[in-house]
Ligand binder design. Structure first.
Ligand SMILES: [Mg+2]
Length: 392
């Protein structure tokens, strides 16, 4: 039986714009919007000043410009955000090794049992916030609760620079009035289905019989019921939470042609690399999944000498696996997938550019940064296989 846990969820406030303000202090207090250029791109992240005009992430840039004509529009600088992210995660890890990264600017900390050494969890959260502000100049919002689920909801309630604590005996009172949209992972479709059941708040949800939820949502139904009561036993998992990062694609028509397969692999490699960059991971093992037209499936893997997040290296390795270890070109293929495992989490990844003497690698890094910017500006669908096949 688990004792009472103390979990802190930390989420940097408007991270990309905040880094831009850090690097250009004259932007402080202004509506800074980070994203794609002119009419075609989307907003990656907007400062709180810009959000007041209704600007939000994933919004088309054209809309953001209409809503906030005096906004300061800036391009995405992923390399810089990753650099700051590494500093922030180093600070988190100076409090406890039990840090589970969720993304480039978000993490869970498990501080259970640290009270005697460092004081109660809310105080540790405050100290973490102060350390981040002092060492990086950035603000982070914190949620403190006995579970990951409640801590994550709590950190979002008082942004920016918030600190919300939910003690065990107040969990139900805290959750009940909140809209179910606050539930982590509940998207538009689920929300609409819940609305059909007349469920709008956590209180509504917890009053629906669990059987009804199971009938409507399958396995996830009972989970939602538990969460609505604040029950979430998931542990903070420092390295294991993200075991692999991958992407796969089923084709409209089975593919026999090797050149076409290579193009698809390039597309997948770019998507996977982009996710690695976004979440700050590097990975040591590249796996290629192949499903043939008769639905038999194989997975072939290669371990690299150094962990990578480089799209070109992922592409080359996956192509080698395809040619040497599969029946590509002989048997039609209906699905390809690429994943990276053996992941090194954000903040622990080495800074390649600092010690690499290999000019080739540095150039590729620049290319990756450029790819990231394009993805950030135009969305992941913008780069198809045909546009990026390398020459030679
Ligand atoms: Mg954030």
């Amino acid at each position: 039986m688990l004792g009472q846990r103390s979990i802190i969820h930390l989420d940097m406030d408007a991270f990309y714009p905040a880094v831009e303000v850090l690097d250009n202090p004259e932007l402080k207090g202004k509506p800074v919007i980070v994203g794609g250029p002119r009419q075609r791109g989307v907003v990656s992240s907007a400062s709180y000043e810009a959000r007041r005009f209704g600007v939000h992430s994933a919004q088309p840039m054209a809309t953001a410009r209409r809503l906030c004509p005096h906004g300061i529009f800036m391009p995405v600088r992923m390399a810089r955000y990753r650099e700051v992210s590494r500093e922030v995660f180093a600070i988190f890890r100076s409090f406890t090794p039990l840090v589970e990264p969720l993304s480039i600017d978000e993490a869970f900390l498990d501080v259970t049992g640290m009270e005697r050494l460092m004081g109660p969890a809310p105080l540790i959260a405050r100290k973490t916030k102060e350390a981040v502000l002092e060492k990086t100049g950035l603000t982070v919002s914190a949620g403190v609760a006995p579970s990951k689920f409640v801590a994550k909801i709590a950190s979002d309630l008082d942004k920016p620079d918030g600190l919300t604590t939910v003690p065990p005996h107040r969990i139900q009172e805290f959750l009940d009035p909140l809209p179910v949209g606050r539930m982590w992972g509940v998207g538009k479709v689920t929300r609409r289905a819940l609305a059909e059941l007349k469920v709008e708040t956590f209180r509504d949800l917890r009053q629906v019989p669990v059987e009804a939820l199971e009938r409507r949502f399958g396995k996830i139904g009972p989970v939602m019921h538990l969460l609505s009561r604040g029950i979430d036993e998931r542990a903070v998992e420092p390295e294991r939470e993200t075991k692999s990062i991958g992407h796969e694609q089923t084709f409209i028509k089975d593919i026999l042609d090797l050149d076409q397969l290579r193009k698809e692999i390039l597309f997948l490699a770019n998507r996977v690399a982009h996710r690695m960059h976004r979440e700050g991971f590097t990975g040591g093992t590249v796996s290629l999944k192949v499903k043939y037209s008769d639905f038999t499936q194989i997975i072939r893997s290669a371990t690299l000498s150094d962990p990578t997040d480089d799209s070109q290296e992922i592409y080359t390795t996956a192509c080698r696996l395809l040619i040497k270890k599969t029946a590509a070109g002989k048997r039609p293929i209906r699905l390809l997938g690429i994943s990276l495992s053996g992941l090194t989490p954000p903040g622990q990844a080495k800074q390649l550019s600092l010690f690499s003497r290999d000019e080739q690698r540095r150039k590729r890094r620049d290319l990756n940064t450029a790819l990231d910017s394009i993805y950030e500006r135009f969305g992941e669908k913008s780069i198809g296989p045909a546009t990026l096949i390398p020459k030679g």
